[in-house]
Write a protein that binds this ligand. Structure first.
Ligand code: SF4
Ligand code: SF4
Ligand code: SF4
Ligand code: FES
Length: 944
């Protein structure tokens, strides 16, 4: 494949629907009303020269290169800022225009370094292209006058440079930072000849810049340039693929030179991101070739033995033999597997198939157990489908945005940019969160209400909101009558109307002033299209499933479901949480969320898979751990998840892993879990995978390999070989055949194939005969389960309580530059922004304990104790402390407890009673060796 260059039409498309007919250079063109002449010309195949315009930004009209002539009008208007009109006759190429454009280019070039041949952007520079396009042959002004050629370089950002000598002050970067990213980090400082781009008073690294790369992407010169392009040269070919970090699921062009990635460029036709990116997907892909990556299978008989490098054949035979012998000794149910939301749908599908058909039990669970399992349960109970209801684009029609227990600017940044744009356009914002997240107040965005509840009181808040809606008669009665079960509604309305659920009665429990809560409820119910976006701050609670159902109740009661601009939208943490759940990773559900006890469904699988399947649900992850400690569960296959670090109550998890007779880890690195492993099967990075991911909008995106697997095998091949070695043959010619089997067995995927994905770009499930192009918005006209079901949601406080010994509540979250347990991002330059996890503590709580800024503190709970450094801030309220969990040394999960959601066992990560004490000496100082790396080279035998 060659390098894919998307056609830049210069200005954004106009929405239509009314159209206008005009003539451009004698061609008749019909375009939506409001289209610019430049855009209309581009659609007709006529590219008007331009420099300050690009189609991701509103027209600016500063460079004057795009001038045109219009019959009957004086002058030469800029085609980027002039809208089309019916009957207009436009000329884009006349001697007069050519002369004007050459004059403009002469001025630019007279103040530009003449180093094209050695410039990193040679061949990929719009200034160079435009000089050619306008036929510039000479610069009459010479190069001797005052210029900017000595302007300073800013190389502080780890990923891109700013070379002021090449800047033409077109403002594209400033506008991208505002319009696309919404950070407003850049400005044009100075006036006239002294005008220059500035990231505030500091350099890029020290500024507000979040390194999203939007400015680099729009820069028409080499002023803002990726360091990889400077080091490796301009790319030669591109492959469209999908980011492997968060659940936004951004599409990228992997731009390559040979087998080396030069840069990842966000793809304009990507359905989820439409050409935008964040620092992780755009820049943090270097971990894929990190020197600590393990590429060879390894085995050892005991975890105290050194690793032994073996061939793939030996590793597979060894593993199969040990699994079979454990089953012979301890029974068929003594083994199981865990699937990963970082892996493709195809990789996950074969693992759950191996467990069910080759292991012969249903002991398969997924890391979604510890994040969004309550979403699956709650939305299935109320709506009938375990998935979010909208596409991301839907927020463009939203008038009231509710963000609960989510921090989109940190965890779902590309969607957050879209959300912030909508808020700048006038949508109202309600934030429900114990912490003052960025959205509460950031440039040009402020929440109308921030309901700063006490951690663990979500359900009391959602009940109080519902109480106001019902008792103040803000219910959409027509919607409820037409779309919902009337008996369920009547019972729920009576339940929620009880005085004990009023904002006034719950104020002491939740800490939310009743007046604010009432006002927020009124706004949600009466402010027009209202949509709820939520994250792990909803699900990771002992009442996580109750809370999800409470949100569904709110949406149904107010009619905010089943159309554009509304809905219930779980923001998924990992890239393929939705997909790993869809693929049948839970112990009670076959692919497509169908219960294993459903004889009809199970028989369909038995027929295709040629094995009889267990009709009893298998073990969940916590049951596997308990079984291991008790001695009944003996072997575990772990696909791409670092359970020793990511699951709660680390001591218990470690005890379980240490008790296993066989632990098999398939991963890129020797992570914390691998310390307990007997078999290490090297995995593939997303750059090598061939398959699909499904994002938070149910959008299935292709993940295409840009290079051959560095370990020699696709992960699904390894799983198939293991199943085959255990006596259950599993063979596929390629991952597209696995998708064909998924489509055959899963009604919501019936119309999905690699071919169809190549044709459509991406598909949102359900995709079948009824919806051949997929389903951007669900539950239009009718809920999947038929009538929407209201569920009563009594508030039951968590058993985790503060007392004199543990008086503070710890809650956890993520930071933009890092990702989950940090296995990938810690192996990139992203550590420049977050070298360690910090404990946020309120100034009052800090002072009471003698805690100083940056000082070490001991953080203790009923489960364990760890140490980290403090950051004193009022982002957290008094009584609440907060940390991230990206560095293993922090041991955040040493302190989290085993309390979990009543329905799904999703751990209650968000509420842990703790004490914080200032420490004089720390276990590890800031200058100590980084023991947070999973294992050092010294621990690993020479691998290659
Ligand atoms: S840095 Fe690039 S995009 Fe920004 S003003 Fe200069 S030339 Fe334009
Ligand atoms: S990288 Fe993103 S946040 Fe930083 S200055 Fe550029 S557009 Fe703004
Ligand atoms: S928003 Fe998520 S999917 Fe998009 S680039 Fe960033 S990490 Fe990747
Ligand atoms: S491209 Fe139209 S004025 Fe710059």
């Amino acid at each position: 494949m060659t390098l894919l260059k998307e056609h830049d039409l210069g200005t954004p498309a106009a929405p239509g629907p009314a159209t206008v007919e005009l003539q451009i250079d004698g061609l008749t063109v019909t375009v939506p009303e409001g289209t610019s002449i430049m855009h209309a010309a581009g659609l007709a195949g006529i590219d008007v020269p331009k420099l300050c315009a690009t189609d991701s930004l509103a027209a600016f009209g500063s460079c004057r290169l795009c001038v045109v002539e219009i019959d009957g009008r004086l002058g030469t208007p800029a085609s980027c800022t002039t809208p089309v009109a019916a009957g207009m006759k436009v000329s884009t190429q006349t001697p007069r225009l050519e002369k004007l454009r050459r004059g403009v280019m002469e001025l630019y070039i007279s103040d530009h370094p003449l180093d094209c041949l050695t410039c990193a952007a040679n061949g990929d520079c719009e200034l160079q292209d435009m000089a050619g396009a306008v036929g510039l042959r000479e610069v009459r002004y010479g190069y001797a006058g005052e210029d900017h050629l000595d302007a300073e370089k800013d190389e502080s950002n780890p990923y891109f440079t700013f070379d002021g000598s090449k800047c033409i002050v077109c403002s594209r970067c400033v506008r991208a930072c505002e319009e696309t990213q919404g950070t407003f980090a850049l400005t044009i400082a100075g006036r006239g000849f002294g005008s220059k781009v500035a990231p505030g008073p500091a350099n890029f690294l020290g500024s507000e810049c979040v390194s999203c790369g939007a400015c680099v992407q729009v820069c028409p010169t080499a002023t803002l340039e990726e360091k990889t392009v400077i080091n490796l040269g301009v790319p030669r070919r591109s492959v469209i693929t999908t980011c492997a970090y968060c659940g936004v699921g951004c599409s990228f062009k992997a731009e390559m030179r040979g087998d080396e990635v030069v840069r990842m460029v966000p793809y304009k036709n990507g359905g989820a991101n439409e050409g935008h990116s964040c620092v992780k997907g755009r820049f943090a892909w270097g971990y894929a070739t990190h020197k600590e990556r393990v590429l060879t299978p390894m085995v050892r008989d005991a975890i105290t033995d050194p690793w032994r490098i073996v061939s793939w054949d030996e590793a597979i035979a060894y593993t199969a033999e040990r699994l079979r012998s454990i089953q012979a000794d301890h029974g068929i149910n003594a083994i199981g597997g865990i699937t990963s939301s970082r892996c493709t749908n195809e990789e996950v599908f074969v693992v759950q198939k191996m467990v069910r058909a080759a292991f012969g039990n249903n002991n398969v669970d997924t890391c979604a157990r510890v994040c969004h399992s309550p979403t699956g349960f709650g939305l299935k109970q109320t709506f009938g489908t375990s998935a979010g209801t909208q596409d991301f684009k839907s927020i463009d029609s939203c008038e009231v945005i509710v963000v609960i227990g989510a921090n989109p600017t940190e965890a779902h940044p590309v969607f957050a940019s879209r959300m912030k744009r909508r808020i700048r356009e006038g949508a109202k914002l309600i934030v429900i969160d114990p912490r003052r997240i960025g959205l509460v107040r950031s440039p040009h965005v402020a929440a109308d209400y921030h309901l700063q509840l006490h951690p663990g009181t979500n359900v009391a808040v959602v009940n109080a909101l519902a109480h106001v809606i019902v008792t103040e008669d803000l219910v959409d009665h027509q919607f409820v009558a037409e779309r919902c079960d009337p008996d369920d509604f009547a019972a729920w309305a009576a339940f929620i109307s009880a005085p004990e659920y009023s904002p006034e009665a719950t104020e002491d429990i939740t800490g939310v002033p009743s007046a604010d809560l009432r006002a927020a409820a009124r706004l949600y119910a009466s402010g027009g299209n209202a949509a709820i976006y939520y994250g792990l701050g909803v699900t990771e609670h002992s009442q996580g499933s109750t809370m999800v159902m409470g949100l569904a109740n709110l949406a149904m009661a107010t009619g905010n479901i089943g159309r554009d601009g509304v809905g219930i939208n779980p923001l998924r943490g990992q890239n393929n949480v939705q997909g790993s759940c869809d693929m049948g990773s839970f112990p009670h559900e076959l692919p497509g969320y169908r219960h294993v006890s459903d004889d009809t469904v199970r028989h369909q699988f038995e027929e295709v898979w040629g094995r009889s399947l267990d009709s009893e649900p298998g073990l969940r992850i916590p049951n596997m751990f308990d079984g291991a400690v008790e001695g009944t569960f003996k072997a575990l296959y772990v696909q791409g998840e670092d359970i020793a670090q990511s699951d709660p109550n680390t001591h218990h998890v470690q005890a379980a892993l240490a008790a296993l007779e066989l632990c098999i880890v398939q991963d890129l690195f020797l992570n914390e879990t691998a310390k307990f492993a007997h078999v290490f099967l090297p995995g593939t990075s997303f750059l090598e995978k061939d398959g699909t991911f499904t994002n938070a909008e149910r959008r299935i995106n292709r993940v295409r390999p840009v290079m051959a697997p560095k370990n020699g095998k696709q992960e699904w091949q390894v799983v198939c070989e293991l199943a085959t070695a255990m006596g259950y043959p599993m063979h596929y010619a390629g991952s597209s055949e696995i998708m064909d089997e998924i489509a055959l067995m899963t009604p919501t995927f019936a119309g999905v194939s690699f071919e169809r994905l190549d044709e459509l770009g991406s598909i949102q499930w359900p995709c079948n005969d009824a919806a051949p192009l997929g389903t951007p918005i669900m539950h239009i006209g009718k809920f999947v389960r038929g009538k929407g079901r209201f569920v009563e949601t009594p508030f039951i406080p968590t058993e985790e309580r503060t007392n004199r010994r543990y008086p503070l509540i710890l809650t956890t979250g993520r930071i933009l530059s890092q990702y989950n347990v940090g296995a990938q991002t810690r192996r990139t330059e992203n550590v420049a922004w977050h070298p360690e996890d910090l404990l946020e503590i309120h100034p009052y709580d800090a002072e009471e304990r003698g805690v100083v800024e940056g000082g070490w503190v001991a953080l203790a709970s009923r489960s364990g104790e760890t140490e980290l450094r403090a950051h004193i801030t009022d982002l957290v309220p008094q009584g609440v402390v907060y940390t991230t969990f990206h560095h293993p040394i922090t041991g955040a999960n040493v302190v989290t407890t085993e309390h979990s959601d009543w329905a799904t066992n999703c751990p209650e990560y968000k509420v842990t009673a703790v004490q914080v004490r200032a420490r004089v000496h720390a276990r590890v100082g800031p200058d100590s060796p980084d023991t947070s790396r999973d294992q050092t080279d010294a621990d690993v035998p020479a691998l290659r």
